[in-house]
Design a binder for this molecule. Sequence first.
Ligand code: PLP
Length: 388
Amino acid sequence: MRHVYLDHTATTPLDSRVLEAMTPYFSETFGNASSVHWYGQQAKIALEESRETIAKAIGANPGEVFFTSGGTESDNFAIKGIAYAARKTNKNRVVTSRAEHHAVLEPCERLQEEGVDVCVLPVDGNGLVTPEQVKEGITDSTCLVSIMHANNEVGTIYPIQEIARIARECKVLVHTDAVQSIGKVPVSVGELGVDLMTISAHKLYGPKGIGALYVRRGTEIESLLQGGGQERKRRPGTENVPLAVGFAKAIEIAVAEMKEEMRRLASLRDALEARIRAEFPAAIINGHPTERLPHILNISFDSMKISLEGDTLLMNMDLRGIAVTSGSACTSGSMQPSHVLLAMGRDPRTARATLRFSFGRSNTADDVESVVEALSDVIGHARSKGRA
Ligand code: PLP
């Protein structure tokens, strides 16, 4: 059977050039980057060069990049770190949206349990939050606005530049989760105007288990860990040099190849969208029609027109060799309808009957044909069983 991987939003394979760059740092250059001897210094040089490369890719200074274990940790660090530091100034409100990743929503819930006033803004039918909504959500006691750069489920890109401008006027810090947009569309902290930004390596053909948080110079943030002086005391723990080297190589390649790849992925995505629109009248395309990532296509089957079970839909696609997801990969262990689609106004049955296709480097036009074939087969099978 031909296998087609269309789940690059969940994770991407490690690029062979990245593996090659990382390999010496597992064995030959194995020193602890905090050691003062030659071995340690070799590792330290590689770590700092990696930090520089990553900083350059996002338009930051190297001293503003803090390595973490990934997107989840960076989101937690940004949100709790700012909220805890703001206690000193009695600023006790955080503004976010219902379409955020759980790595943002759950730390916010934790803060709420700890007495922080958390405002979770609704989103419209395209998953969008407007700058005006953010403005209304901000009060004198707000310390942080956290709105993602691009949505991991439906691909909608948020007006962060405008949101950041409004927040800055109100002297409120802005965090954005750019895990899905970095390496896919241009991302620059200066242009976006954000104070904190989350990125992760494994979504851009780098290794799993490493990410970074950009923290604008001068921002008061509390460390969530204690126990060492690494990462300028903000994120203690022995630095993971091979993964940092891999992250740097991956982001360098992704940025260098982005323009051409964006165009290629968008054309594959558009070809699949056109075929689905033509052949499956019950399909609804989720996400913003124009302001969205080039590689994500999220479709739901309208429960008023066709009765499909989300979990069997996914399983049946998998049985035909098509690897996709029905919601956020990070929560796909449970078959709860996606909180993002519910927030966008989809009914629970329609939200469950959803497939997210996310294209990447290995995909070709043949894959579009394979998806359409598999989907026709799966939908036809459901109809013959009287479920449509
Ligand atoms: N934020 C977003 C938008 C994501 O899509 C993900 C992962 O899917 C994360 C955060 C978590 O990143 P990581 O897997 O590196 O912890």
